[in-house]
Each structure stands twice: as C-alpha cells, then as structure tokens.
Write a protein that binds this ligand. Structure first.
Ligand code: HEM
Length: 140
C-alpha cells in the first residue's frame, strides 16, 4: 500500500458505475472521475462505458495527451487489488448458461422438444383417422 493509498477490490470499484458516482481502473490505479464527468472532452458516456472493467486499453487507445495524463493524479483515490481483476473484461458476451447445471442437459432437452413438436401433430392426425374409420365402419 505505497504512499498510504487505499487498495480496492475490483468488485468494490465496479459498484461505482453511475454518472454521479463514477470510478475507473486505469493501469492498476483507481480514479474517482465523478467531478470530471462533465468536463471530460470525450464526454461522460465513454467514461461510464469504462466502469466495471479495466479501462487501461480504452484509455490508451484514445492516445490521451500528456496534459490529459497530468490531470489524472488529482482523481486518483487508490489502487486496485490486481488479484481481484478478471483477466480481461472488455465486452460482456451474453452468457448461454442461464441456469445452474443446464448446459449438460441442454442439447438433449432440445432434441426431445423437437421430437415432441413433430410427434404430437402426427399422433393427433392418426387419432383423427382412426376415429373416422371407426365411425364409418360403425355406420355400415
Ligand atoms: C482519469 C481519466 C481520464 C482523463 C483525465 C481524461 C482526459 C481527457 C482529456 C484532457 C481529453 C482531451 C484530449 C487530450 O488531451 O488527450 C480527453 C479526450 C478523450 N477521452 Fe479522456 N480522459 C480520461 C479517461 C478516458 C477514458 C477511460 C476513455 C475511454 C475510452 C476516454 C475517452 C476519451 C475520448 C473518446 C476523448 C476524445 C478524443 C478526441 O476527441 O479526439 N477518456 N480525455
């Protein structure tokens, strides 16, 4: 904890993802950019979009000037505990495992559903035919 700066977990930093409470992680440091939201030349939307992840790559990709970098220390509130940062949170890919232990039975369940969708109308047709021939036979 060099320089008496606080160390935050990734989860803690991620909670501050609001226009009125916005924290960023850039190069292992935590920045509370809330007072800077309206002044940021790139707009507040990009800053908000960088919450809940390591924003280092996004920050670097812009090619921020030296004067931009000079502004940073005043917003720095501490460091992030590297062990708590996920490998790389860039864009959240929609998860397909939306329930516990669903993935293993997923394929089988899908096949059964298709089979049932085909089998039910066929069975109903067969039943209709059977009833028709039964009533015909009865009428004769
Ligand atoms: C403490 C953090 C940040 C500070 C102090 C900061 C500061 C600045 C400053 C001073 C500029 C004007 C251009 C320059 O001097 O380089 C700028 C532009 C910009 N920033 Fe940031 N920025 C921060 C974080 C971010 C982040 C995380 C993003 C995410 C992508 C971002 C995106 C942009 C964009 C898109 C522009 C506009 C570039 C342009 O119009 O050419 N900034 N920023």
């Amino acid at each position: 904890m060099a320089g008496g700066k606080k160390v935050y977990s990734f989860q803690e930093v991620s909670k501050h993802s609001d226009r009125k409470d916005c924290w960023l992680i850039i190069a292992g440091k935590v920045y509370d950019v809330t007072p800077f939201m309206e002044e940021h030349p790139g707009g507040d939307e990009v800053l908000l979009a960088c919450t809940g992840k390591d924003a280092t790559a996004d920050f670097d990709d812009i090619g921020h000037s030296d004067s931009a970098k000079d502004l940073m220390p005043q917003y720095c509130i501490g460091e992030v505990d590297a062990a708590t940062v996920p490998d790389r949170v860039t864009y959240a890919v929609p998860r397909d495992d939306d329930g516990p232990k669903k993935a293993t039975t997923g394929a089988g369940a899908g096949a059964w559903a298709t089979l049932l969708q085909l089998a039910v109308p066929v069975l109903l047709l067969a039943l209709a035919f059977a009833l028709q021939s039964y009533s015909k036979a009865k009428a004769q």
